[in-house]
Design a protein around this ligand. Structure first.
Ligand SMILES: NC(=O)C1=CN([C@@H]2O[C@H](COP(=O)(O)OP(=O)(O)OC[C@H]3O[C@@H](n4cnc5c(N)ncnc54)[C@H](O)[C@@H]3O)[C@@H](O)[C@H]2O)[C@@H](O)CC1
Ligand SMILES: Nc1ncnc2c1ncn2[C@@H]1O[C@H](COP(=O)(O)OP(=O)(O)O)[C@@H](O)[C@H]1O
Ligand SMILES: [K+]
Length: 502
């Protein structure tokens, strides 16, 4: 699914109104009905619905929802923020419709003292501001938001929690952003919902389709993609009946050192389960029997050193190279990594210690084969490019790193992001907090390597690998719980994940 800025979404709204065509008030009614349907199933008529309504279309949505909920026999009360301006357009029409309906108590709030008396079971609906917000809240709206945030009631935000910007929140006042338990957002997730520091504002968010015009969505350009099943299933070529293991490439994995051979085992299994034809795992001498025993499907290339990576085999047979998990930072290994980068001509995926080594001198990134992949977690990313003030700034640094060095940068976490040299940005939609567990990243490196070795184009390989890794984690968590999930489970469920994406 393409992701858009709030400004672009407003343009798609407009396109829909003109080309469907549908009247603005009817589109609002449609959006409101989606929310009402959600609310009806979530709450009971024992609970009062209190609507906090702002001056724009977000407030207009809230007014329409209040009317619809009253028709569903919910007790609704509306508190319109009195900012000294009359309602206009569709919000004004919805106000009049409420007056005419006569079921909903209507009040205006012009100062904080007029905040209503509440019961703990009351549900608050936030229709103060949505995607039209242009500056941080202050004055009465900020006070109302502050008051709502102090109260224990369940809060449902309509489209966007009031005060949160849809993309960049640098310089925003975090004290005056509404903290919702649920955010029901229209048609597209807003980009700022994908950042960890905003979870306390959005709560659990859900996308409600409101039937925006497919033509408008298609013609609006966007470099940002929220990766879902339909984006991934088209990336896998069918396995021809007459294929043989050579068809699916030969991966070289360089991983592990004394005390960290588990990284090699996990990455090897991930790689093989991703469908590579052949895998050679290059390990220090001490790792030989470990790999042969734990992963009999892999061939082993043995380093002359007992404990660490110091040399690599002839690169000719390999269609992709993965390096980093558990290799350590010893001088010999650093030297060997540099030599490998000089010689390699097939796409590489670099993770963990390989990234920590390259952080010392980013000049090496220039020498990587084109479209190689860096797969840092936020700590490794910081070592590469320094601190970031917030997720937005980090994403900008990620995109710049990808462009400047002609590499694909995968920043791991919840909603892992992938930046490509041509300026595209992908956010992954799968995965769960159970995957914050040792070795989960090693497994992913193996999966990426496996897809690269199959000669799937590198950007596609990363997008698909991250999606499948997260999906396997979700399937594993459904059976084993997030708490008990370990990296090996992700490998065990990878087959089911492949079955889901076809
Ligand atoms: N036809 C449409 O365009 C649709 C719009 N929808 C709703 O419309 C919302 C966007 O509506 P609007 O563009 O009217 O914007 P909002 O309702 O988010 O708020 C905009 C209003 O607030 C003012 N404002 C902005 N920042 C402020 C600040 N910091 N302090 C005080 N006032 C501020 C603006 O001048 C404007 O009057 C969406 O979030 C969604 O809820 C939905 O009904 C779907 C269809
Ligand atoms: N809260 C989360 N939600 C979804 N995925 C997560 C979450 N936390 C971690 N992950 C995933 O788990 C993996 C962890 O990788 P990494 O930090 O390199 O782990 P390790 O070094 O232990 O192998 C990444 O793919 C990341 O996206
Ligand atoms: K809102």
């Amino acid at each position: 699914m393409k992701l858009f800025t709030t400004k672009q979404i407003a343009e798609i709204d407009k396109f829909t109104i003109e080309n469907e065509p549908v009247a603005d008030i009817d589109l609002m009614e449609r959006a409101a009905m989606q929310v009402s349907n959600w609310l009806v199933f979530r709450f009971t008529t024992e609970q009062r619905m209190l609507f906090f309504v702002g001056p724009g279309n977000n407030g207009g949505d809230a007014l329409a929802i209040a009317r619809q909920m009253a028709d569903f026999n919910f007790w609704c009360e509306v508190f319109l923020l009195d900012l000294g301006k009359e309602l206009k357009g569709s919000p004004a029409i919805n106000w009049r419709r409420l007056e005419k309906q006569g079921k909903v108590k209507l009040a205006k709030i012009s100062k904080l003292d007029e905040f209503p008396e509440i019961e703990p079971t009351d549900v608050f609906l936030d229709g103060l501001f949505g995607s039209g917000l242009t500056r941080p809240l202050k004055g009465l709206p900020a006070e109302i938001v502050g008051k709502i945030n102090e109260l224990p009631n369940t809060v449902v935000a309509i489209d966007v929690p009031s005060g949160l910007m849809g993309e960049n929140n640098t310089g925003n006042n975090f004290e005056s952003i509404l903290k919702a338990d649920f955010t029901l957002t229209f048609q597209f997730p807003k980009i700022s919902f994908l950042f960890a520091e905003h979870e306390k504002f959005t709560g659990q968010w859900e996308v409600l389709p409101i039937g925006l015009h497919p033509g408008g969505i298609k013609k609006t350009p966007s470099d940002v993609v929220f990766v879902e099943k339909e984006d991934v299933e088209k990336l896998f070529p069918a396995r021809s009946k007459f294929s043989h293991k050579g068809t699916f490439g030969h991966a070289l994995l360089i991983a592990g050192s004394y005390g960290k051979m588990g990284a090699t085992v996990l990455a090897s299994k991930g790689c093989l389960r991703a469908g590579t034809g052949l895998l050679t795992a290059h390990v220090p001498r001490l790792g030989y029997s470990i790999i042969q025993t734990a992963v009999p499907e892999a061939m082993v290339s043995i380093d002359p050193h007992d404990l660490m990576f110091t040399e690599f085999p002839d690169l000719l047979p390999f269609s992709a190279i993965g390096i980093g998990p558990g290799i350590g930072l010893k001088n010999n290994s650093q030297k060997a990594l540099h030599e490998l980068i000089e010689k390699a001509e097939v796409p590489m995926v670099l993770d963990a210690d390989a990234l920590n080594i390259l952080s010392e001198d980013l000049g090496w990134l220039k020498k990587l084969p084109v479209n190689s992949i860096l797969a840092p977690h936020p700590g490794e990313f910081r070592r590469l490019v320094g601190d970031s003030e917030n997720s937005w700034e980090r994403i900008e640094k990620q995109r710049k790193l990808a462009k400047d060095y002609n590499v694909i940068v995968l920043l791991k976490g919840a909603f892992s992001s992938i930046a490509t040299p041509d300026g595209k940005l992908y956010f992954n939609s799968t995965g769960n907090p159970g995957m914050a567990t040792a070795g989960s990243g090693d497994t992913l490196t193996g999966i990426i390597l496996g897809l690269l070795a199959r000669r799937i184009p590198p950007a596609d390989a990363v997008v698909a690998a991250v999606y499948l890794h997260g999906l396997a984690g979700d399937l594993a968590a459904a059976e084993k719980s997030e708490t008990a999930l370990i990296a090996g489970d992700v490998i065990d469920f990878l087959g089911k994940a492949f079955l889901e994406v076809g």
